[in-house]
Design a protein around this ligand. Structure first.
Ligand SMILES: Nc1ncnc2c1ncn2[C@@H]1O[C@H](COP(=O)(O)OP(=O)(O)OP(=O)(O)O)[C@@H](O)[C@H]1O
Length: 246
């Protein structure tokens, strides 16, 4: 691991019967946000779960700079619907030696969450915001988040993006998140890793990432190129009208 990396993933490999995550390598610098993109089934969640050791990789190494600590939000946590958020938090925070109640209260306020509500009284987006508030309130150097802005309205998404930027602003914390919302990348990612068919297609700082694909697509230096353009150019299928039964 180099001095300027908070996470170094090297040659990560995970084999499922019908899918292989192959030789995934990338690094994340402290104080930065990395966005991970790729089509459904490309291997993003498998990568994040492997780093979090929620699945056992077949090969490869993951090194997180000391103090070794990460916080993960991978998919929806199932809570008991009758429980109040305050009750869940009281139990959860005991697991974190670095729990920061003030930080947590601030996030609840910023996300307009009422912790006297029961789980069953929350919308999908409210529950995600609650999970984020908890995940971000114990000073983990690295946050690993699988599609944290999925199902979130544009105003709340902006709030989450602001909170993410604030989280890494001290230069000691980093965030790795996957997303299908490519405007997230434009708004807050410092670097991008593109997973394609179980392998890293390209991983680089955002400007270098765009430049790489401009060159690959034969575009001029300043040609506009969005993340959607890049993904569509690489992955797009076209419907064959003649193959569809009338
Ligand atoms: N527990 C498992 N057992 C077998 N195959 C699995 C398992 N988990 C994931 N896979 C397979 O691994 C591949 C990658 O899945 P993964 O969830 O990592 O994709 P993803 O890029 O996160 O997709 P999405 O954008 O749809 O969330 C898929 O083919 C999936 O079927």
């Amino acid at each position: 691991m180099t001095n300027d990396s908070l996470l170094t993933v090297s040659h990560l490999t995970k084999r499922y019967p019908q899918f292989t995550l192959q030789d995934v390598s990338f690094t994340i610098a402290p104080g930065t946000i990395m966005g991970m993109i790729g089509v459904n089934g490309a291997g993003k969640s498998t990568t994040l779960k492997s780093i979090a050791r929620l699945v056992q990789p077949d090969a490869g190494t993951m090194q997180i700079a000391a103090p070794a600590n990460l916080a993960v939000m991978l998919g929806e946590t199932v809570y008991y619907p009758e429980k109040k958020l305050t009750t869940i938090t009281r139990t959860t925070r005991q697991f974190y030696s670095q729990w920061d109640e003030e930080q947590y209260r601030y996030y609840l306020h910023f996300f307009d969450l009422d912790d006297q509500k029961k789980v069953k009284e929350l919308s999908t987006g409210m529950l995600i915001k609650y999970q984020l508030a908890v995940t971000m309130s114990h000073h983990a150097p690295l946050l690993i988040l699988d599609e944290p802005t999925s199902g979130i309205d544009p105003v709340s998404r902006d709030a989450i993006r602001q909170v993410f930027r604030h989280y890494v602003a001290d230069g000691q914390h980093s965030i790795l998140f996957s997303t299908h919302i490519t405007t997230d990348l434009e708004a807050i990612a410092d670097s991008i890793t593109y997973i394609h068919a179980g392998a890293v297609l390209y991983s680089a700082a955002k400007p270098d990432f765009i430049d790489h694909f401009r060159r690959q697509f034969g575009l001029s230096v300043n040609a506009p190129l969005t993340f959607d353009d890049i993904m569509l150019t690489i992955e797009r299928k076209t419907i064959d009208d003649s193959a569809i039964p009338a």
